[in-house]
Design a protein around this ligand. Structure first.
Ligand SMILES: [Zn+2]
Length: 290
């Protein structure tokens, strides 16, 4: 994703998200902190376990690699989604302005694929939900994925920086709501009753990722940063490890099928199938810390 927003649509999105952030902060702090506080309060500290760093926060970044074993296509692999369709035809504000029907078709297809019975969270998603439930400190999952597999595995503290496939957003009023059906250009917004504004709640190329302020706050407070299943070449997520290294003493770990483009920046790297290496890593952290 590019860093700078382009076009009228993306400015509207950024503004509406910022308004919501401000409202949330005024009410009770940032989304990440609220989520982390709720997580902390729910768990008593473990007894008799000599964890090195039990009260430190963990931030986990996930990408398409963790969902591939659940049957969802990745984007940048040789056989990934971007080898079959052109980004500029289906995943930019300009494409939506030019041919909204085609963009809706693409995301309706992906939403239907996510809803197919065979697509379920795998052992990697489940292990992260376990980490969140059992780690005595705080755990936040930041995902680049628009699927809902972290939540389906039981994860609660999840920020979708690239949006969510199972939500729709109104370009007229900015409202975001759960959406499991197909979208089309004739539909009416349930909030403002205007037509033609409903779009997938996903961040397109040329638009700003969401929750960036909360994510940077969480990165600066973490003791462990883990990157799972990301290609390491999509910013700003690819820059998170560097941000952690510049602002904290946190341990940094890459879990991936193969070394990513940013692998040299991590203190520790583990390679293999996510469904195998993520549960093993979570087990190790829960037993010993890092
Ligand atoms: Zn609306």
């Amino acid at each position: 994703m590019a860093l700078e927003p382009r076009g009228k649509g993306s400015r509207q999105i950024k503004r509406s998200v910022n308004v919501k952030w401000r409202q949330r902060r005024r009410a009770s702090g940032s989304a990440a902190c609220v989520a982390l506080e709720r997580n902390k309060a729910a768990k008593p500290p473990k007894k008799g376990v000599a964890i090195l760093n039990p009260n430190q926060n963990i931030v986990v970044l996930t990408g398409a690699g963790i969902s591939k074993e659940s049957g969802l296509d990745t984007f940048r692999d040789e056989d990934g989604i971007w080898s079959k369709v052109r980004i500029e035809d289906v995943a930019t504000p300009e494409a939506f302005a030019r041919d909204p029907g085609r963009v809706h078709d693409f995301y309706n297809m992906r939403r239907n694929a996510l809803g197919m019975s065979g697509v379920k969270p795998n052992a990697g998603h489940k292990a992260l939900a376990r980490l969140e439930a059992e780690w005595p400190g705080r755990v936040l999952v930041v995902t680049q994925n628009v699927d809902n597999l972290h939540e389906a595995a039981g994860g609660a503290n999840v920020l979708h920086m690239h949006g969510e496939l199972m939500k729709a957003r109104c370009a007229h009023c900015g409202d975001v709501f759960a959406w499991a059906d197909d979208l089309d250009v004739s539909m009416e917004c349930q909030t403002c009753a205007r037509t033609g504004g409903l779009r997938p709640h996903v961040v397109w190329f040329g638009e700003m990722p969401i929750y960036m302020e909360e994510i940077h706050q969480a990165l600066e407070l973490c003791g462990l940063f883990v990157s799972i299943g990301t290609s390491g070449n999509v910013y700003p997520a690819a820059g998170f490890v560097q941000h952690v290294r510049m602002t904290t003493d946190a341990h940094t770990v890459e879990l991936n099928l193969e070394p990513s483009e940013g692998s040299a920046q991590f203190a520790e790297t583990i390679y293999g199938q996510a469904s195998e290496i993520v549960p093993a890593f979570v087990q190790r952290v829960l037993e010993k810390g890092w």
